[in-house]
Structure formats: structure tokens, C-alpha cells
Design a protein around this ligand. Structure first.
Ligand SMILES: Cc1cc2nc3c(=O)[nH]c(=O)nc-3n(C[C@H](O)[C@H](O)[C@H](O)COP(=O)(O)OP(=O)(O)OC[C@H]3O[C@@H](n4cnc5c(N)ncnc54)[C@H](O)[C@@H]3O)c2cc1C
Length: 406
């Protein structure tokens, strides 16, 4: 995203400097694994080369979903996953002369990033979102509505409750237009971005003896059905999901924890995968988003889950706290336009702190000291009015922050 937008160079996306691998005695092999012969403990590459292993860790990530739409493989249909996608986007959408309009299909975190990318080069964007409001399967309605407004404020032609029917072609095999299922409307465009979610990238395991479902099935120590073969990251599916979690979680921090876990295990310190409390973060144009614990959208709320929602009058900052109606235990928080301290929410979630405690101590959890002077009083005032309470905001002190961390 930021390479296309000119904020960084491609080389800045390398995880390590080039000297790192040799120095750490890691052989970096460039190649595409076509097949795994588990019984012979051998990898077979697309060029026929072979490599044997004692232990194998599969970490092949995700691939973008395509749902068999007519025209989905035309020139100018792009996704946003690999370097090759970045190259294709650069080719088909270098500017708004070559690309007069881009249509994005799929209203999730990757779709909105692609919209911001095209927008940065002044390419008009139509954004098709299947749901009635942006990311409404995940976000509570107040937040989802706020992001709808943010998308529109940036000049994006947001089409809610709209599915892609087909992509039409010019005579030379490039994209001509798309058609919306619900209305039959045809929209002329040069580029179509497919961002309707991702699936585990495991096609190369077909006909292997490694057991798969949607992803590669692993137990809690991340081993597949075959001894010495493990799977981690986006391609791994927990045979039995960790309590309260999904069996596949395509986010970087769970992948990192899985990497650390499997490293312990293959170094003979058998370790079970423990993902900790859920968290995620993203950016919706200018609005930063963070979530800690669980704050479910209305359609997925648990029977005992209650929410307290506050929004700043300028509608670019808000937060929602979820708590258990019966026990009053804090369950999670979503913040927009406000940065919080991860370690403090982890701790409060561990300790099942009451919602009142969390509200009174929000200032301590806050990352940016400027904010709390202005807004947390308003947050607590709204909570007090709605719940007939008299909570008082506790003053922030660094001693408290460090003792909460320890
Ligand atoms: C645009 C975008 C934005 C994202 N933003 C966020 C975010 O804000 N927060 C977040 O938590 N997550 C985000 N994610 C998800 C996050 O990037 C993934 O969860 C994470 O990269 C998964 O790591 P992984 O190691 O499992 O797979 P990947 O990082 O996908 O790595 C897989 C590697 O395997 C290689 N490979 C695949 N098949 C083969 C084969 N047959 N032979 C050889 N090599 C192969 C691939 O080339 C690739 O190098 C985002 C993803 C995208 C696409």
C-alpha cells in the first residue's frame, strides 16, 4: 500500500537486511514448492529440484478469494496480496489517465486499503460492499456508520448492499466495465480490485497425505497429521479452535505467536499454541482503529454482552466498550481515532476488571497524553448519565502505568 502511495520504497518492506540470513546460518532458497512427499520427507520444486527435511514448517499464507465471477481473470483485474499484485496495480493503474475508474469488490480491511491507494493517485473509485454498511459483520453499527461517512468524505463512490455480477471485457481482453447484481447497473472502469476475503493457500497440497479442511489441520502444538510436519500462520487451521477463537485467524500477530510456539517445539521444548487476547488494528483513511478483546457487532452479540458507545461530535473519534451484563466484567474495547496501550488492556482482560474500573482508568490506558485532557471526561459523563452512576476519572500517573504493566 505505502509503496504504491510513495511513502516507502519496496526495499523497505524486506523483513531483514540482506546480511541477516548468512549471519544467522539460514539458507534462503528461492523457489516454488509444487509438491510435498511426506513419506520421503522431500520437497519438490516447480523446476524439479528436490530438498529433503527432518522437520518441515509450512507457512504459505493466504490467497485472495475469487468466486467464479465472469471476467475475473481479465487484464486489469487485480488483488492486493503479493509483490506481483503491486506490479499489476502499477501497470494498470499508474494514474487517472490510464485508469479512469477503479471498482473494488469486497468491503473489508484490504478493500479499504486499495481504495485509499487509488484515491492517492486521484483515480475515481467505486467501492462495492455486500453488507448494508461497511464491515457491519464485525463492527457495531455506530462505528460502521462512521466509517461509511469517512469513505464518502474521501470522495469514494460507496455502494452498499451491492454484489458483483460480472466483469465485461474489451476486444483486447482488458476490463471494460462491471455490472451490479442487485440493480443491473453497468459501471465503466479500467481496473477491478477483488478484495472479498482470503483463504488458506494450500492448493499445492492436493493429493498429498497432509490432512486439510479449509486450511492445513493442526493440533495445539501446530503439528499436522504427520509427525515432524507443522503448519503456522494464515494457512493453518486449528483442529479444535482455541476457546472463543476462530480455527483460522489470518492476522500477523497470531502468525508470529505460532512461529514462536513451533520454534520452541522443534527445539525439544514442546509448547502449546496460546494466542492470548484478541487484538487487531487498521486504518480507515485518516481514522486509526484498534480493538482489544471482543466487541461484537449487533448481529453477533453474545446473550450477556452489553455495549457502551461514545462518539465525539466531529464523528472522527469514538469508542465502544463491551461488558458482561451480569458480572459487569469488561470484555473488550474498540477505539477509532484514539490510541490505547495494548499491555494495559491485556492485563485488564486477564483480571476480568469491572467495566466501571476500566472507564475510571481509561486515561491510564491512553497512549497519547493530549487526548485525555479533552475527551475522557465526556466519555465518563455520558456513561454516568445513561447508567445513573457517579464514576470519577482517575488521574494518570506514570508510576501507575508502570505498575500496571509489571
Ligand atoms: C493488504 C493486506 C493488509 C493486511 N493488513 C493487516 C493488518 O493490518 N494487521 C494484521 O494483523 N494482518 C494484516 N494482514 C494479514 C497479514 O499480512 C497475514 O496474516 C500475514 O502476512 C500471514 O503471515 P504468513 O507468514 O502466514 O503468510 P504470508 O505472509 O502470506 O507469507 C507466505 C509466504 O509463502 C510463500 N509461498 C506460498 N506458497 C508457496 C509455495 N508453494 N512455495 C514456496 N513459497 C510459497 C509466499 O510467497 C509468501 O512469501 C494484511 C494482509 C494484506 C494482504
Amino acid at each position: 500500500m505505502y509503496v504504491y502511495m510513495g511513502h516507502m520504497k519496496f526495499k523497505h518492506t524486506q523483513p531483514y537486511e540482506n546480511w541477516f540470513w548468512d549471519k544467522n546460518d539460514i539458507t534462503l532458497k528461492k523457489g516454488f514448492v509444487k509438491k510435498i512427499d511426506a513419506s520421503q520427507k522431500t520437497l519438490i520444486f516447480s523446476d524439479g529440484e528436490q530438498l529433503t527435511f527432518d522437520k518441515l514448517i509450512i507457512a504459505t499464507g493466504s490467497k485472495p478469494n475469487k468466486f467464479g465471477w465472469p471476467g475475473q481473470d481479465l487484464k486489469g483485474v487485480v488483488s492486493l496480496y503479493h509483490k506481483q499484485d503491486l506490479d499489476a496495480i502499477e501497470t494498470h493503474a499508474p494514474n487517472n489517465t490510464v485508469c479512469k475508474r477503479a471498482v473494488i469488490v469486497g468491503g473489508g480491511l484490504i478493500g479499504i486499503e486499495l481504495a485509499e491507494m487509488f484515491h492517492s493517485r486521484h483515480i475515481p473509485v467505486t467501492f462495492l460492499v455486500r453488507e448494508n454498511s461497511y464491515w457491519s459483520g464485525i463492527l457495531p453499527s455506530g462505528e460502521s456508520e462512521m466509517i461509511n461517512n469517512e469513505i464518502r468524505k474521501n470522495g469514494i463512490d460507496l455502494r452498499l448492499a451491492s454484489n458483483l455480477k460480472q466483469i465485461n471485457s474489451n476486444a483486447d481482453g482488458t476490463v471494460k466495465s462491471i455490472v451490479i447484481t442487485e440493480t443491473g447497473e453497468e459501471i465503466e472502469c479500467n481496473v477491478v480490485g477483488l478484495t472479498a476475503g482470503v483463504s488458506p493457500n494450500i492448493g499445492f497440497l492436493e493429493n498429498s497425505s497432509i490432512e486439510t479442511n479449509r486450511g492445513i489441520l493442526v493440533d495445539r502444538n501446530l503439528q499436522t497429521n504427520i509427525k515432524d510436519i507443522y503448519a503456522i500462520g494464515d494457512c493453518a487451521e486449528q483442529r479444535t479452535a482455541v476457546e472463543g477463537r476462530r480455527p483460522i485467524e489470518a492476522v500477523w500477530y497470531t502468525g508470529r505467536i505460532m512461529g514462536e510456539t513451533v520454534a520452541q517445539t522443534i527445539c525439544k521444548k514442546e509448547t502449546l499454541y496460546a494466542p492470548g487476547h484478541w487484538f487487531n488494528s487498521a486504518k480507515f483513511f485518516d481514522i486509526e482503529y484498534q480493538t482489544y478483546g471482543w466487541v461484537n457487532s449487533e448481529q453477533h452479540m453474545k446473550p450477556n454482552e452489553a455495549h457502551f458507545h461514545w462518539m465525539h461530535p466531529d464523528q472522527t473519534k469514538c469508542l465502544t466498550l463491551a461488558f458482561n451484563k451480569t458480572s459487569q466484567a469488561f470484555l473488550g474495547i474498540n477505539t477509532f481515532g484514539i490510541r490505547m496501550r495494548h499491555e494495559i488492556f491485556n492485563r485488564w482482560l486477564d483480571q476480568k476488571k469491572p467495566i466501571d474500573y476500566v472507564l475510571e482508568h481509561l486515561e491510564i490506558a491512553h497512549f497519547d497524553p493530549e487526548f485525555c485532557k479533552t475527551y475522557y471526561h465526556q466519555v465518563i459523563e455520558k456513561y454516568n448519565t445513561e447508567n445513573n452512576r457517579n464514576l470519577q476519572l482517575k488521574k494518570k500517573s506514570w508510576t501507575q502505568i508502570f505498575s500496571l504493566k509489571s
